[in-house]
Write a protein that binds this ligand. Sequence first.
Ligand code: KG4
Ligand code: ZN
Length: 343
Amino acid sequence: DPDRVLLAIESTCDETAAAVVTRDGRVLGECIATQEKLHEQFGGVVPEIAARAHLQRILPVIQTAMQQADVQGHDLQAIAVADRPGLAGSLLVGVVAAKSLAMAWDRPLVAINHLHAHLYACQLSQPGDESVYPAIGLIVSGGHTTLYRCDSPIDLVYLGGTIDDAAGEAFDKVAAMLSLGFPGGVEVSRWAVKGDPTAYDFPRGKRNDGTFDFSFSGLKTAVRYAIVGPGRQDFSSIEISDQVKADICASFEAAVVDVLVRKSRRAVKQNRVRRLLVGGGVAANGCLRRELAKAADEDGFELVIAPPELCTDNAVMGAIAWKQIERGQFASLELDITPGLQR
Ligand code: KG4
Ligand code: ZN
């Protein structure tokens, strides 16, 4: 029955989100409460503040999504929640809410892998039912930079990932060094437009090492030296011109995009697939989207990137739970969280 609905809950990091989605991916109700303002002054997500904000917001957010969809607990086919990976305190709030509602309403529970859901957002953006699998999946977010071979929405093989910082984390840290605000990805890319991407020859970590792993910490250090010079710690006394700022942002962005594009296109080639799926907050980056499109054109594969609002954290991508329901993959009321999942 295409009109069956499920409730999906997302609280892995700093967005509290809920959505009511039909079997065929229509969104009947959706609510997202962002915490950007709460974390801005710290230049990054503070775990305890995130957990407390989720606690305050989770039930009102669920209530709003369900009211918008005009559904009650007994209308739901299942309750789905992201239980991995993410911040422990944040995950706990979503999972305990989902388990409580599943028990109160006597509905089955589904545990979602947040990274798989980020890639499923690409399928949601496709018109009709045409499957995007098999494909290579690239996730670029604040917490992850990972390549998978995707044989279906829920059959993913890990190919490689970052050995230190995530791509989005690098964007956020560079933004913090240049006092551009948080989250910094959007700000850095805005400055980058006005800069020269060849002004600085920043390192491309692991660029030609033959693996599908990434490393962005050397790049981050190189940016730091470009701003303050080696050895100096204090950013507050540094005066840099707008042109230098723009050049640093453009050169940094070019270095990140260079390795992401290079490794993704090699993964597509080696696995002989015809599509590349890209998800996560950094997939909203204009330079990355442009360069990936160029590579797709040259190599003859299809690029599938979700619209920006489905790239950043949301509950709509929790529609992946329908695929798990088809396979009878349900969770028990003893479900625990898995914060540190790497693969
Ligand atoms: O997927 P997401 O919303 O949350 C996580 O699961 O981490 O990704 C957030 C990350 C942040 O690091 C943010 O700076 C980055 O995505 N981001 C961007 C852009 N928009 C968001 N990075 C580069 N360019 C953008 N336009
Ligand atoms: Zn995410």
